[in-house]
Design a protein around this ligand. Sequence first.
Ligand code: DI6
Ligand code: FE
Length: 407
Amino acid sequence: MSATPTERKLWTEITLFDGHQTFDQLMAVSVEGDRIALVCPMPDLSDETIQAADQTFVGGVMTPGLIDCHTHLVFSGSRADEFEQRLEGASYEEIARQGGGILSTVHATRASSEDALFNDSLPRIHALMADGVTTVEIKSGYGLNLDDELKMLRVARRLGSELPIQVVTTLLAAHALPPEFKDNADGYIDFICHEILPKAVTEQLADAVDVFCEGIGFSVAQSEKLFRAAQAYGLPIKSHAEQLSNLGGAKLTAKYQGLSADHIEWLDEEAIKAMAKAGTVATLLPGAFYTLRDTQVPPIELLRQYQVPMAIATDGNPGSSPIFQLTLMLNMACTLFRLTPKEALQGVTLNAAKALGLGDQFGSIAQGRQADFCIWKINTPSELAYAVQPGRLKQRVFKGEVTHELG
Ligand code: DI6
Ligand code: FE
């Protein structure tokens, strides 16, 4: 059997944002198979490397493949009716308390077969891929019982195995209280800890565990119980925290060395200190802030001061952020939260990888890393955050393969 020789591809004269910074000179990046073999300034590029390349591409802005580190893209149904109710003045919380909101998506998702759920989710993950996303986190949380939570996670895994994208899964059974456990949140948390979580672990369906720690979600004590159970199984934890109120979910997340605390509009300084110490990433979700017409801006200046890494994600979901375009989040993070374009870009690359516990493997362009990156038809990386303009992705490269080519 003859082994196929490893394919060599070369990108030259590129403006490179490598996940940390933008280089001030034109760069070259070579790829062998699925790995980055070389990153160097153009003048250092050897004739040998040029001649060894099977394919050469010239010009453009290169960024790491984008990472959407917080999505709920596996679901069925639509919540366009609630959108209209909110336009007429109903609040997100009111709708949730009346049995709509998350629970309405739970009904639709439970009613879907695994194949139907997969097909319903395809256009959303395709939209993210066409926007340069090469790694996406997908949460469960619209099943809220054993079978349907596992069904959601299997669909997420299947998306990752059938499409050229890396999928990281998160068990979010603690998303809302299912009707079967009405007025019994403690009982439901026990059910998650003793039934859903162990099964998800056995079937290797969850890479992390998340909780909606909120007045309309679960308390700090309930979240803590879940975190302890997750850690007993060796799974990292994260949270939806401090979105609508300051319950203390982020501080708790830091106490358990959580990967990230997400939303965090109401985060306080004490929690920020705890996050800095624990290495917990602050994941900002400007799409939910925008959709819910929130006015409480996350404490960006304090996060900077304590050097808490900031990630940015779509939170793509049918209720509070029906948005499946990560580059739009770059613009919103700058416009709504006053991040710099560089911070925003770090937020969807290096810091998003950290929020998934993958900071040492993904989110940056360096020798030896998996060759996941994008070439954009723009002049400077900051233009990605500046203009809201689809159609600029010239190439999307996943594991060294060009999976998307403009024109
Ligand atoms: N993530 C969530 O889990 C809820 N808010 C958020 O930012 C929204 C989910 C939903 O309304 O379906
Ligand atoms: Fe969310």
